[in-house]
Design a protein around this ligand. Sequence first.
Ligand SMILES: NC(=O)c1ccc[n+]([C@@H]2O[C@H](COP(=O)([O-])OP(=O)(O)OC[C@H]3O[C@@H](n4cnc5c(N)ncnc54)[C@H](OP(=O)(O)O)[C@@H]3O)[C@@H](O)[C@H]2O)c1
Length: 443
Amino acid sequence: MVDAKTSQSEDDVSTDAPVTRIALLGCGHVGSQVVRLLTERRAEVEAWAGTALELTGVAVKHPDIERSGVDPALITGDAAGLIEGADIVVEVMGGIEPARGLLLAAMERGASVVTANKALLAAHGPELYAAAAEAGVDLYFEAAVAGAIPIVRPLRESLVGDEIDSVMGIVNGTTNYILDEMTTRGLAFSDALAQAQELGYAEADPTADIEGDDAAAKAAILASLAFGAVVPGEAVHREGITMITPEDIKAAAAMGAVVKLVAVATRLDDGAVSVRVHPAMVPLGHPLAAVHGAENAVVVQARNAGRLMFLGAGAGGAPTASAVMGDLATVARNRCRGVHVPAMTVTQGGRIAAIDEAVTASFVSLVVRDEPGVLAKIATVFARHGVSVAEVRQNHSQTGRSAVLGVTTHASRDSQVTDTLSELSAMTQVVGGRIRRIRVEGS
Ligand SMILES: NC(=O)c1ccc[n+]([C@@H]2O[C@H](COP(=O)([O-])OP(=O)(O)OC[C@H]3O[C@@H](n4cnc5c(N)ncnc54)[C@H](OP(=O)(O)O)[C@@H]3O)[C@@H](O)[C@H]2O)c1
């Protein structure tokens, strides 16, 4: 049966179509582009949504600043007042508070929400998802993960009839740019970072990017969607890229791989969810190895659909605003039809596995004495901890006294590799210097 609302013409918005009032919180890189698209694409979005759209105001921190392309009459410093009359609140201001309080208040009043705020969702997602369910409103957040790339909607809707085995992505453009420059131009980490800052790919304070925190927030959202589990941002194990050296990049190249900062979410045999962000050697044949510059990409392995890849701009005002507009159109349409979609479906208790339980292959680089029997001693330690060695490469020093061993392992539990490395580092008669380990993903 088709009801009167769903059978209405989708070609245009009739004069008696309902008006949807939109409050925009934030008018920075993303918000200003949302305002532009709301003007440029209004007719198409209204026709699709079946409702007229009225931007009732734009809340900012500094209302006295002039903003090109935005009607000054719309600007306000009173975000709390603005959301009172809104049907949909679009939050692109960032940060935790006041964004969290404003969105909770908006939903309690019956407004639907569109947000690009990954930090907020990683920290307070469950509270916000519950508030949306309680109020019977939509909470959409496509732009919170990987900017313009549609990945939230595929995980939340398109693949709901499938079973997801893993999600692996490059979800931070800044670190991908830095690692790509180190790989393709041989730059040191600090030089590549300085270049990223000059070009505007990295913030003046790049900590959240280079230490993996930004990627961890997105990994938490992806894992929650993929596995129907509550994954708080702080539960995501993270390692940044500050320790990656040109030697690591060369070692990766020697084994036909590139170093990437990856976000990985998998389900372990006992159903626990393993979520982590760390640098990894990715074989050249894997689609993520071909993701260059500041681009993002996510590879989803689904039981029935197989391998799916999503690639594109992970940030930037216009690309992110494009994702916000898609959400806005859908939420407006849902409201007209009197429906809402669950923000997050929690189907399992979702024990979050410790990093020790993760199962990955590893590359281990160590400096050893160049003398007979050393290789056997090293191999014995790996074997004692149940870590199977796939390949050993050896580079002799010019003096002939030491050699650099590059050991690639088969997939093993993280704790087994950690135990192996701590035993090796105690063997000071044989092993000297720092032992380096980089996980291998996607082989
Ligand atoms: N930029 C991207 O490429 C990108 C990509 C994906 C997701 N996101 C997410 O999108 C959100 C916005 O990012 P952005 O880059 O557009 O940030 P931005 O350029 O810093 O803009 C933030 C906007 O919010 C306003 N604002 C901040 N605090 C406020 C407060 N307490 N009350 C009212 N207004 C306030 C600011 O007002 P003033 O202008 O007066 O300072 C500004 O207009 C963040 O959650 C971010 O993580 C951004």
